[in-house]
Design a protein around this ligand. Structure first.
Ligand SMILES: C[S@@+](CC[C@H](N)C(=O)[O-])C[C@H]1O[C@@H](n2cnc3c(N)ncnc32)[C@H](O)[C@@H]1O
Length: 220
């Protein structure tokens, strides 16, 4: 579990999946996407339908790479807010992301520090498997709460290889949380939180995405 030790740093019981080593994470992702990070994350921005004037929340924003692209897509007039429990990530993002309308806050997905209906789009990439399993329902309920009626949700997460040496390699380097990540359970969780599930797909290198909307007239 080399990567886990390299990236996570000090354990935080309030956010056990927090990644405290921002510079190491930035270096690892630059390599892992093999030069295709920009196009992969650009695709996520388009999947979310981010457009000028939108208010967007990036949950588990890490170094702010996606938040930056989102801020550019929602300009002029929009805002992109990145949220992450790791102070080192938030600090890194604040120092490196320069796009206008971009802000970063410390916090966890399962307790979002925003008002009901504050966002048009909530998006999260490679972060959902870091939320402890027994808090994932709560995290989705929170995402639903902070979206306006008719707002959009995009969850992109790591899709581990099903078998073979690649699966063992993921377990040995990144640990069981990534090796055993069940992206096939996301759709049911999304439905249970009150979203209308729309579609799902795959992206390079090993990403699974789900897309949903909050009903325009919320029954709750
Ligand atoms: C693998 S990184 C992904 C960062 C970024 N979204 C990206 O795509 O590069 C996962 C991020 O999720 C954050 N995280 C861990 N637990 C979390 C939680 N409960 N709520 C929100 N974010 C969390 C970590 O601190 C880390 O920055």
């Amino acid at each position: 579990m080399v990567l886990q030790h390299l990236l996570h740093g000090r354990h935080d019981p309030a956010a056990p999946g927090a990644i405290g080593r921002a510079r190491a994470y930035a270096a690892v992702t630059a390599v892992a996407f093999a030069g295709r990070r920009r196009s992969t994350y650009g695709r996520l921005v388009r999947l979310g339908g981010a457009r000028p004037g939108d208010r967007v929340l990036d949950v588990g924003c890490g170094t702010g790479y996606l938040t930056d692209l989102l801020a550019r897509a929602v300009a002029p007039g929009g805002t992109a807010t990145g949220l992450d429990p790791a102070p080192a990530m938030v600090d890194y993002a604040r120092r490196h992301v320069r796009a206008p309308g971009c802000t970063f806050t410390e916090g966890v997905a399962e307790e979002l520090p925003y008002e009901d209906g504050a966002f048009d789009l909530v998006i999260t990439s490679l972060a959902f498997h870091h939320v402890p399993e027994d808090r994932r329902e709560r995290a989705l309920t929170e995402m639903h709460r902070v979206l306006r009626p008719g707002g959009r949700l995009v969850i992109a997460d790591f899709r581990p290889p099903r078998r073979g040496p690649a699966r063992h390699l993921v377990g040995a380097t990144a640990g069981a949380v990534m090796r055993d990540n069940r992206t096939d359970r996301l759709a049911a969780l999304i439905d249970a939180a009150g979203f209308h599930h729309r579609d799902a797909g795959r992206l390079f290198p090993l990403l699974h995405w789900e897309r949903a909307t909050k009903p325009a007239r919320d029954a709750s």
